[in-house]
Design a protein around this ligand. Structure first.
Ligand code: PGA
Length: 250
């Protein structure tokens, strides 16, 4: 099935230097082609590159995002931290919140909820990541974990306009393993059901992340519940990233 309305987020994690911007630019050409125009592409480089990426992609339909943020809305004495105000001022329009590689550093649902509130204040688009670990999956706790992460992370949030969810099973990240189609369909549907409970009119996009590569993008994009991808390793290579977009749009 052709899907020209997907969102592709490149999560560069702790990688990238200034010369890599030119590699990322090859995407521009692709995005300008009519067929791909309705897809959204967002680069999330490290904080150090946000401003350069934003300047470089100003006149394109590629957006830039941060990979995390400090929860405090206002400026303040927080050495080494970057809040949403600073992210916004460097030109980013998106922020990833709740990635499992950040949760593992001690981020609680309560803290993530504060980060979401502060991103909403700055009118940033939020990619809120949720997903179970292998151990939780083995103990058949996936649905409980997804529900808790969603309900706690989104507690008291009234404005869902700028929020997307990325379902990222922790065991699929960077491992080359992707969930079976039936498992993925079931979990994506579960997430949508929980989102409906949080908000009646459900227009929140749900993305998938975890070992998305050119050779599985086409299969994964046939799962109708998947409305975009969060791509780590493969997004560092512009050709692979372009291939993922092309294969998901055929
Ligand atoms: P991966 O990472 O594509 O390298 O598995 C995905 C992610 O961590 O967002």
């Amino acid at each position: 099935m052709t899907n020209n309305n997907m969102i592709f987020i490149a999560n560069w994690k702790m990688n990238g230097n200034f010369s890599d911007i030119s590699k990322a630019k090859i995407l521009n050409k692709l995005i300008k082609q009519r067929k791909f125009k309705r897809n959204k592409v967002v680069y999330c480089p490290p904080y150090t590159l946000i401003k350069s990426f934003s300047d470089n992609f100003k006149k394109t339909n590629i957006s830039v995002g941060a990979q995390n943020c400090h929860h405090q809305s206002e400026y303040g004495a927080k050495t080494g931290s970057i809040n949403c105000k600073l992210i916004k001022s460097s030109g980013a329009k998106y922020v990833i919140i709740g990635h499992s590689e950040s949760r593992i550093e001690g981020e609680t649902d309560n803290l993530l909820n504060k980060k979401i509130q502060s991103a909403i204040k700055e009118n940033l688009n939020i990619i809120f990541c949720i997903g179970e670990t292998l151990n939780q999956k083995k103990k058949k706790q996936t649905s409980k974990i997804l529900k808790n992460q969603l309900f706690n992370g989104l507690r008291n949030i009234k404005n869902f306009k700028n929020i997307s969810i990325a379902y990222e099973p922790v065991w699929a990240i960077g491992t080359g393993i992707v969930p079976k189609k039936s498992e993925l369909e079931r979990n994506m549907k579960l997430i949508k059901t929980y989102l409906k409970k949080l908000k009646r009119n459900n227009s929140i996009k749900v993305l998938y992340g975890g070992s998305v590569k050119p050779d599985n993008a086409s299969e994964l994009s046939k799962i109708k519940e998947i409305e975009g991808f969060l791509i780590g390793g493969a997004s560092l290579n512009a050709k692979k990233f372009v291939d993922i977009i092309k294969k998901s749009s055929i």
